[in-house]
Design a protein around this ligand. Structure first.
Ligand code: CMX
Length: 435
C-alpha cells in the first residue's frame, strides 16, 4: 500500500530525531504543574507530543504544518469540486507529505476496496432500542467491528513490536473506509426508511455520505460534506476524544477500541455534542421572535440565558483565543450558498453580538465562535435536520485524526500512558512542607 511505503520510509528519521531529543535533553523541564491546573482539568499542561496537528491559540489549527486556508487552496480537489478530496487529507496526515492528485485518488481507491460493512453491523444496529442516540449507535457499531481487527490476532501470534504500526494502519484504513457507509446507514435506520444505500463507485469518500442518505443529486450538499469532513479531522492531541483514544491505544487496545473510546468522549455536550446544542439554541432563539431577531433582541436573550447559569454553545475554547478558522471556513461556504437562509443570517447576528457580551462578563477566556457555532445551521439548510445526528458526522471526520495518531504512536514505539494521581492530603502536605 502506498501510504504504508511512505510511512515505512519515514520512521527511521523520526525515530532518530526523537531518540536524540530524549537522549540529549531527557531531563529538560517543559512546564511546572500548579495546584490550580491539577484541579482544573490539566489545562495548558503539556502532556504529550502530536506531530499530526497543532492548535495555536492565536492562529488555530495546522495539520502537518499547514493552516486551513492553505489546505483549502492547495489540497487536490474532487472532479468539479471546490473542496479537498479527503483521500488527499488522509495521505497528508498519515504519510506526512503533501499529496498529488494521483496520491489522493490512490487513497480514495484504497477506501473503496475496503468500504463494505460486515453483515453483523446491520444486526447490531437494528437490535438497539429505537430511542438509542446515534452516537451510541456509531460507537457500538465501531466497537462491534473489533471482530475485523488485523492487529489483535497478529499480536496474539507474536507480532514484532516494530510491526505493530503496520497492523494498526491496515485497521485504520479498513475502519475509516467504512465510516461514511456506517454513518449513512445509522441515519437511514433512525430517520428514513431503514434501507442501506450502497456507495456510488464514482463518488469520493466524503461525497458518498451525501449519496447514501438519499441526496445523490445534491452537489451543494456533497460540497458541504467534503468541507465538513476536512475541517473536523483533527485538533491536536489534548482534546477529550483525541486524548481518550490515544490513551486507550497506548494499552495496545486496537484501532476499533481506540476510536470507539474517542467517540464516547466526542459524544459529550462540552465537546462534539456542542454542534447539536448550538443548533437547538439557535432554533429556540428564533422561535422566541417573530421573524429574524435584531441584534438588540439577541443580546437581551443571550444575557438572560447566561444569567440562568448556562453556557452559550458554539462560543469559547479551551485553547483558541481567536475566532476558530473552522468557523470562518464554514461561514465562507455559507456566504456563497446560503446567504438568503434565515438561520445562517441568525448565526452571523449571534456572532456579532455574543463575543461582546462574553467579553463584558469577563469569565470566558475566549469569547469567539468555535467550529460548532455554525456547523449545525449548514446541515439544517440541506435538510439534515435531525441534530442529534451531527456529532456522528463529526466522528466520521475525527476518526481520520484518531487513527493517524494511533498508527504513528505505534510506529514510534510510544509506551503505555500512566500519569500519576495524588491525594488532596498529599497536596496539602507538600504545600505545608514548602511553607
Ligand atoms: N458561555 C458561557 N460561559 C462560558 C462559555 C460560553 N460559551 N465559555 C466559557 N465560559 C465560562 C466557563 O463555563 C467557565 O465558567 P466557570 O468558571 O463558572 O466554570 C469560564 O467561562 C472559564 O472557562 P474557559 O477557561 O474560558 O473555558 P474552558 O476551557 O473551561 O471550556 C469550553 C472551554 C469550550 C468547554 C467552553 O468555552 C464552553 O463550555 N463552551 C460552550 C460549549 C462549546 O461550544 N463546546 C465546543 C468546543 C469545541 C470542541 O472542543 O469541540
Amino acid at each position: 500500500m502506498l501510504v504504508k511505503d511512505r510511512i515505512a520510509a519515514k520512521i527511521s528519521a523520526w525515530d532518530k530525531r526523537v531518540s536524540k531529543l530524549v537522549k540529549e535533553y531527557g531531563s529538560f523541564v517543559i512546564a511546572n504543574v500548579t495546584v490550580e491546573q491539577i484541579y482544573g482539568g490539566i489545562r495548558n499542561v503539556p502532556i504529550q507530543v502530536s506531530d499530526i496537528s497543532y492548535v495555536d491559540p492565536q492562529e488555530g489549527i495546522r495539520f502537518r504544518g499547514y493552516t486551513i486556508p492553505e489546505l483549502l487552496k492547495l489540497l487536490p480537489k474532487a472532479k468539479g469540486s471546490e473542496y479537498p478530496l479527503i483521500g488527499g487529507l488522509y495521505y497528508l496526515l498519515m504519510a506526512d507529505e503533501f499529496p498529488s492528485l494521483e496520491e489522493a485518488l490512490i487513497v480514495e481507491e484504497e477506501w473503496k476496496k475496503r468500504a463494505e460493512l460486515p453483515a453483523y453491523v446491520f444486526d447490531v444496529l437494528k437490535a438497539l432500542p429505537a430511542s438509542t442516540h446515534p452516537m451510541t449507535m456509531f460507537s457500538a457499531a465501531i466497537l462491534s467491528m473489533h471482530n475485523e481487527s488485523v492487529f489483535t490476532p497478529r499480536y496474539m501470534d507474536g507480532l514484532k513490536k516494530s510491526e505493530y504500526w503496520d497492523a494498526y494502519l491496515e485497521d485504520s484504513f479498513n475502519l475509516t473506509a467504512k465510516l461514511p457507509s456506517l454513518a449513512a446507514f445509522i441515519y437511514n435506520l433512525k430517520y428514513r426508511d431503514g434501507k442501506f444505500i450502497p456507495p456510488d463507485p464514482d463518488l469520493d469518500w466524503a461525497a458518498n455520505f451525501a449519496h447514501m442518505i438519499g441526496k445523490p443529486e445534491d452537489t451543494e450538499y456533497q460540497e458541504l460534506t467534503r468541507l465538513f469532513m476536512f475541517l473536523h479531522c483533527d485538533h491536536e492531541g489534548g482534546n477529550v476524544s483525541a486524548h481518550a483514544s490515544h490513551l486507550v491505544a497506548s494499552a495496545l487496545s486496537d484501532v476499533y477500541y481506540a476510536v470507539s473510546a474517542g467517540m464516547n468522549g466526542l459524544a459529550g455536550p462540552l465537546h462534539g455534542l456542542a454542534n447539536e446544542e448550538c443548533l437547538r439554541w439557535l432554533l429556540t432563539l428564533r422561535e422566541n421572535f417573530d421573524g429574524l431577531p435584531t441584534k438588540e433582541q439577541v443580546a437581551e436573550y443571550s444575557m438572560a440565558w447566561l444569567k440562568s447559569g448556562k453556557v452559550i454553545p458554539g462560543y469559547g475554547h479551551a485553547v483558541l483565543r481567536v475566532t476558530d478558522p473552522r468557523f470562518t471556513a464554514q461561514n465562507k461556504f455559507g456566504a456563497v450558498y446560503l446567504s438568503n437562509d434565515e438561520l445562517y443570517q441568525l448565526v452571523n447576528i449571534v456572532a456579532e453580538v455574543v463575543p461582546d457580551i462574553l467579553m463584558k462578563l469577563g469569565k470566558a477566556k475566549n469569547p469567539w465562535p468555535n467550529v460548532d457555532a455554525i456547523a449545525g445551521a449548514l446541515q439544517y439548510h440541506y435538510g439534515v435536520k435531525e441534530f442529534d445526528f451531527y456529532t456522528v458526522l463529526f466522528g466520521v471526520s475525527r476518526s481520520l485524526g484518531l487513527t493517524t495518531h494511533a498508527v504513528w504512536s505505534r510506529a514510534l514505539g510510544r509506551p503505555i500512558e500512566r500519569p500519576k494521581s495524588l491525594t488532596t492530603r498529599i497536596l496539602e502536605q507538600m504545600i505545608a512542607q514548602e511553607k
